[in-house]
Design a protein around this ligand. Structure first.
Ligand code: PD2
Ligand code: ZN
Length: 286
């Protein structure tokens, strides 16, 4: 009876080999050579790789996935602590590869946060959610914030921030929607959702006529709530603490759960929360 067990360290090593492009038979040979019994090595390899693949596609058959689209992506070659975004230097605080998530610090100055809030406040109304069947929008209990949209380039502040984002994410300014500002009071939340438009829904073709799919999101925090209000990514087990001036970026190359970009705004439990969201489209949004 074998006493060998497949340890988490062995599983991690198998995944690293798979990521590096090693063939399963070579991985198996290396395991045998370092003393793993045949039966344990084969089982360990099969179980680890199938679990790894299922996680990458969120359980979907890889052949059934939509074709991947180009996505915005900052230049983080060499893992810099700070990156230049046109008129401002921005901190890189966290990166994740799948889902692709980058947390930036200091994308907006305190004054810019305050100015956005002041300009948005008189124009807020109850946030609406896109209706999947028609492509229109409606008030929905899953989204209890107030919100408004600026037109793209509507004022010098929007223009400056949009140009900074376009430079940071290396994505044309013309492919971005206008900034959306959301205000959450205590108890308000935005339940987990995907930001892309679901291709299976009848209303989606109408929405896609203007700029194509969404391929990336940047949520900028305009204040620091006293408690709660984190942006959560359940598939990654990640919660981003909302902090004034910081911004979380995530991209999705396919409009599919395999992107692992399910995300939500956790309830604000004390104080209030203000964010500005920038959505990036695959084509020109006019
Ligand atoms: O306010 C947030 O944290 C949040 C969470 C999820 C915003 C959005 N989605 C969004 O604007 O799409
Ligand atoms: Zn969202």
């Amino acid at each position: 009876m074998s006493k060998q067990v497949v340890t988490p360290e062995l599983q991690q090593w198998i995944i690293e080999q798979a990521r590096a492009g090693c063939r399963p038979e070579d991985v198996l040979a290396a395991m045998r050579a370092s003393g793993w019994e045949d039966e344990v090595a084969v089982r360990g390899l099969e179980d680890t790789l199938s679990q790894f693949l299922a996680e990458r596609t969120n359980g979907a058959d890889p052949a059934a996935l939509p074709e991947p689209l180009p996505v915005p992506e900052p230049n983080l070659d060499g893992s810099p602590a700070r990156v230049r975004a046109g008129d401002r230097e921005v901190q890189v605080l966290l990166t994740l590869h799948h889902p692709r998530i980058v947390l930036f610090g200091g994308l907006l100055s305190d004054d810019e946060c305050d100015e956005l809030i002041a300009a948005a406040r008189p124009r807020l109304s109850r946030s609406e959610t896109v209706m999947n069947d028609t492509g229109g929008s409606e008030v929905h209990a899953s989204r209890t914030s107030d919100g408004m949209f600026f037109g793209r380039g509507e004022n010098p502040l929007c223009e400056r921030i949009e140009q900074r984002i376009a430079t940071l994410l290396r994505w044309p300014l013309t492919h971005g929607e206008g900034l959306q500002v959301l205000h959450y009071t205590a108890g308000a939340e935005y339940k987990p959702h995907y930001d892309y438009f679901d291709p299976a829904q009848p209303g989606t073709s109408a929405v896609l006529r203007r700029g194509g799919q969404r391929v990336g999101t940047l949520v900028m925090y305009l204040n620091t709530p006293a408690r709660g209000g984190g942006t959560v990514f359940p598939d990654a087990g990640l919660e981003i603490a909302p902090t004034r001036g910081h911004a979380v970026f995530f991209s999705y190359d396919r409009p599919h759960p395999a992107s692992r970009t399910l995300h939500g705004g956790a309830p604000v439990t004390e104080g209030e929360k203000w964010v500005a969201t920038k959505w990036l489209r695959e084509g020109e949004f006019s």
